[in-house]
Design a protein around this ligand. Sequence first.
Ligand code: ATP
Ligand code: MG
Length: 352
Amino acid sequence: MEPTEVARLEGSDLFQRAAATADRFLENIETVVHGKRDEIKLVFAAMICGGHVLFEDVPGTAKTVLARAIAQTISGATPSRIQCTPDLQPTDVTGLSIFNQRERDFEFRPGPIFANVILVDEINRAMPKTQSALLEAMAEQQVTVDGKTRVLPDPFLLLATENPIEYEGTFPLPEAQLDRFFLKTALGYPTIDEELQIVEEQRHGHPLSWLEPVVDVDDIRALRDAVTTVYVDPLLQRWIVELVRATRNLDEVAVGASVRGSLALERAARAWALLDHRAYVVPEDIDRLFASVLLHRVVFRPTFLAEARRVGWNEAVEGIERKCFAAAPRPEPEPAEVRPVPEPVPVARDQH
Ligand SMILES: Nc1ncnc2c1ncn2[C@@H]1O[C@H](COP(=O)(O)OP(=O)(O)OP(=O)(O)O)[C@@H](O)[C@H]1O
Ligand SMILES: [Mg+2]
């Protein structure tokens, strides 16, 4: 694509509106969740790609606050929360038909899945049957109860939290289901200064109580449309597929990332570019997203898992990343990509 064509795309009304929506959205969320811009961007990218997010995280890192902040930022969006337990039934998630004596007919009571932003806590404590119901709803954006199919709201973003695998009495998500998550991330602890700010600002209540909506559902739809227009150079497209395929050829790996991985990495890269106000993907986008989008889809061999326990998960995974990038080297940039990347727009952090 010629640089002039990229400039034309970036100047279009659709793109401008999308970029402005993205800024307003991120800025608003950052007034309640501090120091996590990259992670919030990941979650937002998943949402505008129609994907869902898995968090493997320590307690108290603003996951609940983030889910609520996203729902509050989009006017008219509804939040909900599902706490998974071993006795949670599929109909506790989807809802069910109950007989109404007065009307002498069945009436559908929608379950908590009928919301725009759903936080599913400790998904690995739900029994497999309930996990399947959840994952089916995620994939299809609809649920079938008593033979009737019901469409779920739009936008539809599910954020699931997972206990560490070693946790007793859990049902680890089967690999095939992990593949249904668009990406996996963790919020992690804030820095000392951020933590001080959090303590300070909550003295008179939680900032969520005064968080106002700044975008509407139509803005989100326009953003989604704009993502589809973001340009991916054929060389980069090929690189994405090569990187995904590289995960399938490692000694440490039993099953590599699936085709869903390629689809997700390409979409995520386009969304990431747009959040940075670019109508074209650069190799750095793919580099940044590789681990978050792909690694939870990979099934590692027991020998690798033992090694990872010894040296630490992050280090072990970095080794995997290095091997994939060595097997699929970064392509030479095309003219449209060598344009300097615009500086990210500074975000006001002192609004509270
Ligand atoms: N990075 C952060 N920015 C702002 N507030 C934070 C941050 N991290 C933690 N907090 C604050 O810590 C408290 C706990 O957050 P929250 O309840 O969202 O945690 P959680 O991740 O859902 O925890 P759990 O895993 O136990 O459910 C909230 O008051 C939240 O505002
Ligand atoms: Mg929570």
